[in-house]
Write a protein that binds this ligand. Sequence first.
Ligand code: ADP
Ligand code: MG
Ligand code: ZN
Length: 443
Amino acid sequence: MDNVTEKLLQCFGHRRFKSELQERAVRAIARGVHDVFVSMPTGSGKSLCFQLPAMLQENKVAVVFSPLLALIKDQVDHLTKLKIAAESINSKMTQKDRERVLNDLRSMKPNTRFLYVTPEQAATGTFKALMEHLVKYKKVSYVVVDEAHCVSEWGHDFRPDYLKLGNLREKFKSIPWVALTATASAEVTKDILANLKLLNPVAQYKTPSFRRNLYYDVVYQNCIQDEVGDLVEFLKKNLKDEVNVKPKDRSAAIVYCRTREQTEDIASMLTKRGLNCLAYHGGLKSSERVSVQDRWSNGEVPCVSATVSFGMGVDKASVRAVVHWGLPQNVAAYYQESGRAGRDGKPAFCRIYYCRSERNAVDFLLKSEIARSKTPEQKQRCKNAYKSFEIMVKYCEEVRCRHKTFADFFGEEVPQCITRCDACTDERAVRRALDQHTRRAMN
Ligand code: ADP
Ligand code: MG
Ligand code: ZN
């Protein structure tokens, strides 16, 4: 047992690392030679990547930027439970509390090991003076930027105040920085490295996007006689269970739809054809939504037809099929939504039922949003949204490895797909279907 694994147990109560990647990130951050960028999915234990290394440095404090007071409270509470001194400076605290925190940080040997701040707080005079002091007396172990995608206009939670953090990086060159996020497209990653002004070379630890157990394909709605029949057949084929499976581990499916009406239509059509399906959308009462999610999660109903609001906080491992009835919003959303399939590592299937007329409708909508946008920033964001949508259209309208589109999007090497998508399995058949689709769409 070395120092690192010892601290893992002693401070955090974990016998082993959650993944090899987590361990590698921890060790790189602990070395403290490079700035480190960590991109791992939600729930994979990113906090530990900086918290453990910070615990290896006695009498130093890690300054952690986090976008929301609620997130900060969770982390501070979690650390406090572990008997690790974590504090925050924010606008909500009493003067007395603030003095207590500041006094400790200004003392010779501070007890505080983690100081959590919002980017807005970081811009205040109090914080700037404190930071100068801490750096001058070599009391900072790391500067950490959590939810680092907030510095990118490509991200979904852009926060202008996050941009200013880059100035701190320039000012205090001697301290290693750590940036972490769960959403790292190539564009977002580029923005994080550039806007936070991370010092080259940045050591990067990323979970690869390729999931070998997921098979991806696209079906063109105008090329089949009976779309709903095709959908039912596809779902039934994938929902076959072996005997003696516990209800909650039974096979399940999600059909994502664009509108509330569609979710209702699909639910009633599937149920009529012998496949029990419940609709889920924002128009339901919250008690109804909870009930639908529960009945699906515990294996009572195999299928849910839902708007994209369904899925957050869902961690059913035995999802065998995720269907998009129509075009997903963009590649990031599609990767995330389809990625709810096959969490147990067993084979699962992700399919889009594509429809050109719907594409045209969305195309029109996004273009008019660009035209209507008032500020340059808003315009840029709308343009970004349009570009992301275009990649999704290409995904559906090109004969090309589906996994490769994801890998490109995340800035990774080409995965060895071979048989894990329709384009790699039978390129000619996909080309034929696409040609037929295009001919019919033009008529
Ligand atoms: P993320 O920020 O990546 O979404 P968190 O840092 O919030 O994830 O961690 C998710 C959960 O994983 C937490 O409950 C945390 O305690 C737990 N966890 C982290 N590392 C380990 C580990 N090595 N062994 C077991 N559980 C861990
Ligand atoms: Mg986190
Ligand atoms: Zn492929």
